[in-house]
Design a protein around this ligand. Structure first.
Ligand SMILES: [Zn+2]
Length: 198
């Protein structure tokens, strides 16, 4: 499994959006047993390690099960954490360096709430990029794709072959586009009829 190029600089080495799998570069997990703990299990990140606290009497099988549960839970929380505008700018800068040799240099990158029909937009003459708040809570690779898409527009206007060639450098372009198309399609699904009123 190739290393995920999208991990946060200070976060775990594994993307919060992919489940742990054997043999992947999962950050170290340290299980601490506590005699005082009876039923509760908790977990937190400590640098690039994950500490899982479990009751002392737990069996090996239960331990393994709980470690997996807690890793999934932490990953889900992390993918939901909303980036602030300054983090968004840093992220855009990193993506530009990683995929476009740093050539795309936005002057501002921020969230907006008045953009419901587009995921992102940019004004190349100003170098400004705006992302719809509707992306908040979506997987990181999707937010990164939209950022890269707008960054690419700072270099190439329109959606011609040159534009898509730029985005080919990002390995999750197709997956992210599929995700967003799925969200749009789900929005348009007719609502299930409410329970029949008697
Ligand atoms: Zn576009």
């Amino acid at each position: 499994m190739p290393a995920d190029p999208l991990h946060r600089a200070t976060g775990p080495q594994r993307s919060a959006t992919s489940p742990p799998s054997p043999g992947s570069a999962v950050s170290a997990v340290e299980v601490r047993r506590s005699a005082r703990r009876r039923r509760t299990v908790s977990a937190y990140r400590e640098g690039d390690r994950t500490v899982v606290l479990i009751p002392a009497r737990m069996s090996e099988a239960e331990e393994q099960r709980w470690v997996n549960v807690m890793l999934d839970k932490l990953a889900a929380q992390e993918s939901k954490r909303v980036l602030g505008d300054s983090e968004l700018s840093e992220r855009a800068q990193r993506l530009s360096e990683q995929f476009f040799d740093g050539r795309a240099r936005p002057t501002s990158v921020r969230w907006v709430t008045n953009q419901n029909t587009r995921w992102g937009s940019c004004t190349p003459s100003e170098g400004s990029i705006r992302l719809s708040h509707r992306l908040q809570g979506m997987p990181e690779y999707v937010v990164d794709y939209v950022l890269l898409h707008e960054l690419a527009h700072l270099l190439v206007p329109g959606h011609g072959p040159r534009f898509w060639r730029l985005l080919e450098a990002y390995p999750r372009t197709e997956r992210a586009r599929g995700y967003l198309e799925g969200v749009v399609a789900a929005d348009r699904l007719p609502h299930l009829p409410a329970a029949r009123e008697e």
